[in-house]
Ligand binder design. Structure first.
Ligand code: F6R
Length: 245
């Protein structure tokens, strides 16, 4: 691994995942009752595998850990094969000793998303905020489902997915029409309020999004650029994402 301009540039996805997982593992050891902010998608899967391995080797205890996920499609039922609740259960929660009651994923079946979102923010605040937040980035620079826009919302909200996000996520569904066109997402406030933010970026197709963060000014049309203002941002990428080849 090399550190270039404050970015941890790793050899490949495996090294990126391990190094970023180590930041989470340190946090969990230091704050066994801490609050994790979690993400889904292909970027964090390797990191979750590393945390499961650490748990199996007796190096981590999740019994008092609390988690809040960034987002969930809307509408979607929790047992849908592509729901983020199911993703979290299958990739992490079912393999560690976390108490499922302490895991929170936005409810893709709620009848009143506005009330749900307000309550989600209240619960995050009551838990003391997010201690450490894991993020991936969309090809268009989105974080969570805070899509490029003239104004970004601070609070958890129901977001319309852009065509580019629907296109990108259609790889997980039978066809594009099956991809939900909305999602409940944490807003910018909870993300920026996290004690530490760990951003994982892998693959050539994310090179442009990484350059937004590295070269750009704050730009709500490239939401990832807002992270430049975070007090403890750790960016882990692989060579493909850094060099774009
Ligand atoms: C997922 C999320 C999204 C993803 C982003 C990248 O919870 O909030 O912002 O992090 O779309 O997705 P992948 O990692 O699948 O390329």
């Amino acid at each position: 691994m090399e550190i270039i301009n404050g970015i941890f540039v790793c050899e490949d996805y495996g090294e990126m995942s391990r190094r970023a997982a180590d930041v989470f593992a340190d946090f969990i050891r230091c704050e066994p009752t801490g609050v994790l902010g979690l993400a889904t998608g292909s970027s964090p899967m390797g990191l979750y595998r590393c945390l499961v391995k650490d748990y199996e080797e007796g190096k981590l205890d999740f019994s008092k850990i609390v988690s809040y996920n960034l987002d969930e499609y809307y509408p979607i039922s929790p047992d849908h094969s592509q729901s983020y609740r199911r993703f979290m259960d299958e990739n992490l929660f079912d393999h560690i000793n976390i108490d499922k009651k302490n895991t929170h994923v936005p409810d893709g079946t709620c009848s009143d998303p506005t009330a749900f979102c307000a309550d989600y923010d209240k619960r995050i605040k009551a838990a003391g905020g997010i201690g450490i937040q894991l993020l991936g980035v969309g090809r268009n620079g989105h974080i969570g489902f805070n899509e490029p826009d003239g104004v970004l919302q601070g609070a958890t909200h129901l977001a319309d997915l852009t065509d580019s996000t629907v296109d990108a996520n259609s790889r997980f569904f039978k066809c594009r029409e099956d991809v939900p066109k909305q999602a409940i997402t944490m807003g910018i406030d909870a993300i920026m309020g996290a004690g530490t933010v760990v951003l994982v970026i892998s693959g050539e197709e994310k090179h442009e999004a990484l350059t937004y963060l590295l070269d750009g000014f704050y730009d709500t049309h490239r939401p990832v650029t807002l992270l430049r203002g975070h007090r403890d941002l750790r960016v882990f990428c692989d060579k493909a994402a850094y060099y774009g080849k």
